[in-house]
Design a protein around this ligand. Structure first.
Ligand SMILES: CC(C)(COP(=O)(O)OP(=O)(O)OC[C@H]1O[C@@H](n2cnc3c(N)ncnc32)[C@H](O)[C@@H]1OP(=O)(O)O)[C@@H](O)C(=O)NCCC(=O)NCCS
Length: 175
């Protein structure tokens, strides 16, 4: 009986395929700045946030500025910052960590945490990858902001739970 218990405990701790450390989503701290600036430059080469902007975001949204840490590498591989009224201000995943469900995990956690059940974001019209990402999560195009980035329009994408969606003439499924 004791042996069975020990074997069960071994598999429970190590996992059937070996030890699989869990990724962690935690609050941003200023010591993360260097790594975030790197992710920012890799992710938004045309207009990366500066150190000052990231610090301002931290001061404004200390509870909703999150980083995703890969515990195997003990390294931050993504971040998300959003406001309590559901404005997704920035989201980026390091290029080498993309297409592993990291951004989806971050945004789904934010959707659950938000007191208001809606979320919106601005996306460069040419950012097909981000638009495909938001489409996967059920966002719809709700409008356009002309010249939002100086050199390009933004599409405003928004998400609401299916039950609270009302038809809007401006809205459309992402294509
Ligand atoms: C957009 C971004 C955040 C997606 O991050 P990610 O961790 O790679 O995304 P996920 O792995 O969670 O992808 C979830 C879904 O989004 C869609 N998607 C993500 N990347 C895609 C790609 N390159 N092509 C097509 N669809 C894609 C897929 O439907 C994917 O689900 P699947 O892998 O089961 O098919 C990432 O590409 C990024 O940081 N881009 C640069 C910064 C940026 O554009 N940020 C958003 C600005 S608003």
């Amino acid at each position: 009986m004791l042996i069975c218990l020990l074997i069960w405990a071994w598999f429970a701790i190590m996992g059937i395929g070996g030890f699989t450390p869990q990724p962690m989503i935690r609050l941003f701290v200023p010591a993360d700045l260097g790594r975030l600036l790197h992710i920012e430059q890799q992710s938004f080469p045309k207009s990366p946030y500066s150190r000052t902007t990231l610090i301002q975001l931290f001061l404004l949204y200390p509870e909703t500025f999150w980083v995703y840490v890969d515990s195997t590498k003990e390294e931050i591989c993504a971040y998300l910052v959003f406001s309590g009224d559901g404005h997704l201000i920035s989201l980026a995943v390091h290029p080498s960590e993309r297409r592993r469900g990291i951004a989806e995990a971050l945004v789904r956690k934010a959707m659950k945490a938000l007191p208001v059940k809606r979320m919106r974001a601005e996306v460069r019209r040419s950012n097909r990858v981000a638009l495909a990402f938001y489409q996967k999560l059920g966002f719809q195009v709700a409008g356009v902001i002309r010249n939002y980035y100086g050199d390009e329009d933004a599409l405003v994408v928004q998400w609401k739970p299916v039950s609270s969606r009302e038809p809007s003439p401006a809205s459309g499924v992402l294509s």
